[in-house]
Write a protein that binds this ligand. Structure first.
Ligand code: NDP
Length: 284
């Protein structure tokens, strides 16, 4: 059996086209252009690429973007001052600070400084709490994108065994909340889990979000399972790969996401969706 490929690029293009249309309508009818402000601190090349991609995605969808860049030795007070300024600007609908931040920063304090009504990454404690209570305001973009992929592939969720490998605040934990909200039976595995394969083999839906190249192999999954690969890793020869060994898993899974071209494009797409939703909420 060869699995159905859940193509994140195709889905992302379709969702972005829809968001661009909605942004055009919002501008035409209400004079509001959705605007995302992105703060980048330091010279980490991966972070610079992520920020560039976010800004480009805004432009393509007809959103406005503001990019603020600071050197790695900037005083945290300067960044907090900028966040306060953006919080107060009614023309800015989304604010995100690219992580990781340099050592002198308390990342939690920075995330908490963002107005929760503009926290389009969904990392503010108030938004995390709202998600936990089943009443989300901003859903963190990566798990939000995964839910859209499951929806588009018509994967049955109610009563499904969902196993998530990874328990980070940005992927694993919110992923668990979203799947639980859809009545999956959720197991979350992590670095201290005993017998990982015991859990993964039980999964109707397996989400890998670890950051270890090809750690999930075909013998670790249930025949017919839906396998979602969030991981982004580089092999020794510089190629991108996920946490899932695509070649062996695609022979066992029912559906699988590739890397690249899977969850990645959906993450930025859902950032746009959150920014548009924030802009639309200013009318209420
Ligand atoms: P973190 O490093 O924050 O979390 C990794 C998680 O994996 C931790 O919970 C850790 O457990 C767990 N883990 C580590 N080793 C093992 C192991 N051997 N067995 C089981 N669990 C293990 O990573 P992120 O959640 O931020 O990201 C995960 C991956 O997803 C990365 O490759 C990242 O690049 C990628 N990513 C991709 C995105 C996209 O858009 N496609 C967006 C965000 C992330 P413990 O808590 O015990 O340490």
């Amino acid at each position: 059996m060869t699995a159905q490929i859940i193509d994140g690029k195709v889905l992302a293009d379709a969702v972005r086209a829809d968001l661009a249309e909605k942004a055009t309508a919002l501008k035409a009818t209400q004079g509001i252009t959705p605007c995302l402000a992105v703060i980048l601190v330091g010279e980490d090349p991966a972070s610079a690429v992520y920020v560039k991609n976010k800004v480009m995605a805004c432009e393509k969808a007809g959103f406005r973007s503001i990019k603020v860049v600071y050197p790695s030795d900037v005083e945290p007070m300067v960044v907090l001052g900028k966040i306060a300024e953006l919080n107060a600007d009614p023309d800015v609908h989304g604010i995100l600070v690219q992580l990781p931040l340099p050592k002198q920063f308390d990342a939690d304090a920075v995330l908490e400084a963002i107005d929760p009504a503009k926290d389009v990454d969904g990392f503010h404690a108030e938004n995390v709490g709202a998600l936990m209570q089943g009443n989300p305001r901003f859903i963190p973009c990566t798990p939000y994108g995964v839910m859209k992929m499951l929806e588009s592939a018509k994967v049955p969720l109610k009563g499904a065994e969902a196993v998530i490998v990874g328990r980070s605040n940005i992927v694993g934990k919110p992923m668990a909340m979203l799947l639980l909200a859809q009545s999956c039976t959720v197991t979350v595995c992590h670095s201290q889990s005993k017998d990982l394969a015991f859990h993964t083999k039980r999964a109707d839906i397996l989400v890998a979000a670890v950051g270890r190249a090809k750690m999930i192999t075909g013998d670790m999954i249930k025949p017919g399972a839906t396998v979602i690969d969030v991981g982004i890793n580089r092999t020794a020869d510089g190629k991108l790969c996920g946490d899932v060994d695509f070649e062996s898993c695609k022979e066992v899974a029912g559906a699988i996401t590739p890397v690249p071209g899977g969850v990645g494009p959906m993450t930025i797409t859902m950032l746009l969706a959150n920014t548009l939703a924030s802009a639309e909420r200013t009318l209420k």
